[in-house]
Write a protein that binds this ligand. Structure first.
Ligand code: NAD
Ligand code: TYD
Length: 348
């Protein structure tokens, strides 16, 4: 149990990666639940960043958007000097399949970008920093295992290796320079505004387009699924009450196989198993992620509010109702990616 009861209440927060899936949901969440905290939302607007995800916030006087790269030390320094007292880093290159294709600069942002932020915060020791990380740094867990915060890093792909690098740097800056930093490691998220390269929006939008859904390998890989709003609440809970230098796992503990997930999506959309296409597996595909998040629940009192069965139905419905949003995202660069990723993928 934590004995430190201090609570950090941000006056002005920088949220990086704010035009992405989690960052944009976090910006909306904060403007609803933390009205006294003003936001400086930063995003490089890579293929994954979409200003439409922040629609509705433009007129809000507590919201500002800056197009910028977390690797730009000069820009970051300038932003932090404008009355900012905390930074949440949700900027990253995030897609495992792209990291396997070797295209985007995963190390540049997920390691180098984190170091730029840490260097900037080192110059401003009163600042609070939260690094948004992932359960993937622990790698695959055995049938009866669940990773807790002490479990060793065993990243299995370039994405999770670079996320591990960002975490290690954060912990090193805490130890070497006493930074007031915390790390969260969450399971798979679902909800609105997720890029349709990720499995749930990909499968829904494929089915809407009358296409089959490509299930990797035997489909028996297991993931835990948390609604993005629950993740946002957990991030803010850790930002406000987490112990400096600590890591907090976050999960719903609702773990299912990809096949079960696919069947549920197919059923919600009124299709049948003929829509499922088993395709060649992802190289090095982690078999099973499983987290123990007793620490955030026991010490900080966080609990998820959404049940996966309900949240999945609402999320599928959201993508059905926002086909304009997904068709814009699926045009241009995405088409090239889809062709590279699935065009020659052999059905099994
Ligand atoms: P996302 O790909 O949807 O969004 C990432 C955002 O970061 C994009 O808007 C992109 O433009 C921006 N970005 C990339 N490089 C940048 C740079 N150099 N400077 C500024 N902005 C940059 O990803 P997401 O799913 O929202 O993930 C956000 C964070 O949450 C990541 O750190 C990821 O590892 C972590 N996470 C995600 C999940 C999940 O299921 N999506 C689960 C656990 C943890
Ligand atoms: P994804 O959404 O890419 O997230 P992550 O790799 O970060 O967990 O994939 C979730 C799971 O779905 C993962 O086990 C891989 C699987 N998957 C498929 O079976 N087919 C697909 O086309 C995609 C994108 C993922």
């Amino acid at each position: 149990m934590s004995t430190d009861t201090s609570v950090f209440q941000a006056k002005r927060l920088v949220v990086t990666g704010a035009a992405g899936f989690i960052g944009s949901n976090l910006a909306h969440w904060l403007r609803v639940h933390r009205r006294d905290t003003s936001l400086v939302c930063v995003d490089a607007l890579t293929y994954a960043g979409n200003l439409a995800n922040l629609a509705g916030l433009e007129q809000d006087t507590g919201f500002q958007f800056v197009r910028g790269d977390i690797r730009d030390a000069e820009l970051i320094g300038r932003l932090l000097d404008a009355g900012v007292d905390g930074v949440i880093n949700a900027a990253a290159h995030t897609h495992v399949d792209r990291s396997l294709l070797g295209g985007d600069d995963f190390a540049g942002t997920n390691v180098g970008g984190v170091q730029v932020l840490l260097e900037a915060i080192k110059q401003r020791p009163e600042m609070r920093f939260l690094q948004v990380s992932t359960d993937e740094v622990y790698g695959a867990q055995g049938p009866d295992e669940r990773a807790d915060e002490e479990t060793a890093y065993r990243p299995g792909n370039p994405y999770s290796a670079t996320k591990s690098g960002g975490d290690l740097l954060t912990l090193a800056y805490v130890r070497s320079f006493g930074l007031n930093a915390v790390i969260t490691r969450c399971c798979n998220n679902y909800g609105p505004f997720q890029h349709p390269e990720k499995v749930i929006p990909l499968f829904v939008t494929n089915l809407l387009a009358g296409k089959p859904v490509p299930l990797y390998g035997d489909g028996l890989h297991e993931r835990e699924w948390l609604h993005v709003e629950d993740h946002c609440a957990a991030i803010v809970c850790v930002l406000e009450t987490g112990r400096a230098g600590d890591i907090y796992n976050i999960t719903s503990s609702e773990r299912i196989t990809n096949l079960e997930l696919t069947r549920r999506i197919v059923e919600i959309m009124g299709r049948d198993e003929r829509s499922i296409r088993y395709v060649q597996d992802r190289p090095g595909h982690d078999r099973r992620y499983a987290l123990n998040d007793g620490k955030i629940r026991g010490e900080l009192g966080w609990r998820p509010r959404h049940l996966f069965a309900d949240g999945l139905k609402q999320t599928v419905q959201w993508y059905i109702e926002h086909q304009d949003w997904s068709s814009t995202v699926r045009s241009g660069e995405y088409r090239n990616y889809y062709e590279r990723q699935y065009g020659r993928r052999i059905a099994t």
